[in-house]
Write a protein that binds this ligand. Structure first.
Ligand code: XMP
Length: 542
């Protein structure tokens, strides 16, 4: 290993494992996630400045639960345990972990001890995210309690001498209001990191590495038009030009006009020097999906059909040396460590096309999180509308149509979604022109007109889309009765997509969107607004 400063995250099966690494990277310290089976020798060879134990769904005191050698506490490396990680630390060091008399779930007020290095700049009472049914009933010897809640006697504990820290709450999620401060305090105050990790030279270094690795080899890339595969394709095209062929499968489940937009950027009329193949495969996907209602089955069908189409194109191209994948770090963690509970199977994760004749996979973005990928995209000069594109799921509109998918339903959801996006863009422009009230995103102040030119209003969601509910209801149009579908509008604010809140879009925007959808989209007579946060809802409806 090089001597780059790093903090490692040891995964015990929690939902938020990768978020922790991301939060550390936000402190400009490189961080990676490892499974809990990592050996002590491996840890020593990595030489981390600190170690973080993640949460997890198990009980630390059960013999079959994920654990780690007690030797980890002899390495002299600072450790922060979070949730299950905190309980495991307590259990392994001789404390008592038990079922809590009262479980805690959700936003909770926590009283913290500000003499702790972990909480020195945190308010004495702070809101943090709790999610546990076990608790630390007794701290191990040498530890003091540094935070409590009304029902949790050990919301945090520490042994400052040995540099062991633990929080029952999750500092890594946005719901913990001062969570990032806690992470920073661990990284800088406890581990003594300097924070020198930077993204700026990533693109340049990667292009040079790819050039050297690939030489005059042939490379194939499955391009979806999403941020990850677009950035990967541009990196490769800058490294090896026409030795790269991109195959774009239009599965007929894209947003309105999206296929043409992708072609305009990557096709022969676009600015990049690469071979581009667009496959219009919509009928095949609609055939396979006919009558299928179950969400996981729909995902599997779309994923498999995608692979079949790609396979056929690859056969036409013949043997290639490398296959490019736009895999990013969250995909690596999710598919590589595999211990977290499956909520949804994201079809573009870990699905290696083993039928294509190639020597090796190249994954230039493998170590980056989404916002880091966007930063590289901007450095490469990729158009902003592509770089800042909201996330769009691999199975596309297939999972935004509840129940079975038909060409007609795809058209309905495309048209409704287009209107929704168009009206939000118009509203942002209106807000920028000072014609709508609203705070500046990320600020507590009302925005004056001068401050709005390149800014965004607070109500702009991080992800928003229309979905087609499978519900038909009665309406009246003109003098006639209608019996048509209801469209659901979703708008969420999130920075990590693991948790999300429903956004309060201005009523005037919803009003226009609703009117336009019921008037312009045939087959729709009702529009509903989804007010559910995640959890308990998910962002997509399937
Ligand atoms: P959920 O619905 O799980 O979504 O709350 C979280 C984020 O992931 C996106 N998503 C997917 N992305 N393939 C993808 O590439 C998928 O199958 C998939 N399902 C959900 C979703 O749009 C949101 O940003």
């Amino acid at each position: 290993m090089d001597n780059q400063e790093r903090i490692i995250v040891i995964d015990f099966g929690g939902q938020y494992n990768q978020l922790i690494a991301r939060r550390v990277r936000e402190c400009s310290v490189y961080s990676e996630v490892y499974p809990h089976t990592i050996s002590m020798d491996e840890i020593l060879s990595i030489n981390p400045a600190g170690i973080i134990f993640t949460g997890g769904p198990n009980s630390a005191y059960l013999p079959e639960s994920p654990s780690i050698s007690r030797d980890i506490f002899e390495l002299g490396i600072p450790i922060l345990g979070i949730c299950y990680g905190a309980q495991l630390m307590a259990h392994l060091l001789g404390g008592i972990v038990d079922t809590a008399p009262t479980s805690e779930y959700g936003r909770t007020e926590v009283k913290v001890e500000r003499s702790s290095k972990l909480f020195s700049n945190v308010g004495p009472e702070t809101i943090a995210w709790m999610s546990h049914t076990d608790y630390i009933a007794q701290t191990p010897e040498g530890f003091r309690i540094t935070a409590t809640t009304p029902v949790c006697p050990v919301a945090a504990m520490e042994d400052e001498n040995r540099k062991f820290y633990a929080t029952q709450f999750h500092p890594e999620v946005n719901h913990s209001v001062e969570g990032q401060k806690v992470i920073e305090n661990f990284v800088y105050n406890v581990c003594g990191c300097k924070g020198e990790w930077k993204m700026s030279s990533f693109a340049e270094d990667t292009i040079a590495q790819m050039k050297e690795k690939i030489g005059d080899g042939k490379v194939l890339c499955a391009l979806s038009g999403g941020v990850d595969s677009s950035v990967a394709a541009v990196l490769l095209s800058k490294a090896i030009g026409k030795q790269l062929t991109c195959v774009f499968v239009d599965h007929g489940l894209l947003r309105k006009n999206e296929g043409d937009e992708v072609e305009a950027v990557f096709g022969p009329e676009g600015p990049y020097d690469l071979n581009f193949i667009r496959v219009n495969a919509a009928p095949r996907f609609y055939d396979k999906l006919a009558g299928v209602k179950e969400p996981e089955q729909k995902r599997k069908i779309i994923g498999e059909e995608f692979i079949r189409v790609f396979e056929e194109e690859a056969k036409k191209i013949g043997a290639v040396d490398y296959l490019v994948q736009g895999t990013i770090y969250p995909d690596v963690i999710e598919s590589g460590l595999g211990k977290s509970a499956t909520i949804k199977s994201h079809h573009n994760v870990g699905g290696l096309p083993d039928y294509v004749d190639f020597k090796e996979i190249v994954e230039p973005l493998r170590l980056l999180f989404k916002d880091e990928v966007r930063a590289v995209g901007r450095e490469l000069g990729i158009p902003e509308y592509l770089v800042s594109r909201q996330p769009f799921p691999g199975p596309g509109l297939g999972i935004r149509i509840i129940g079975d998918v038909t060409e007609e339903k795809v058209k309905i959801v495309q048209d409704a979604d287009f209107i929704y996006r168009e009206e939000i863009s118009k509203a942002v422009e209106k807000w920028r022109a000072g014609e709508m009230d609203g705070r500046l995103k990320g600020s507590l102040l009302e925005a004056d007109a001068d401050n709005r030119k390149d800014a965004y209003p607070e109500w702009l969601p991080d992800q928003y889309f229309a979905a087609l509910t499978n519900m038909q209801s009665v309406g009246v149009m003109g003098d006639g009765r209608t019996y048509d579908f209801a469209i659901a509008l979703r708008a969420v604010g999130t920075s990590d997509f693991m948790t999300a809140d429903a956004i309060h879009l201005p009523w005037e925007v919803l009003d226009i969107v609703t009117n336009r959808i019921v008037n312009e989209v045939k087959g729709v007579n009702r529009v509903m607004y989804d007010c559910t946060s995640k959890p308990p809802g998910t962002i997509e409806m399937e």
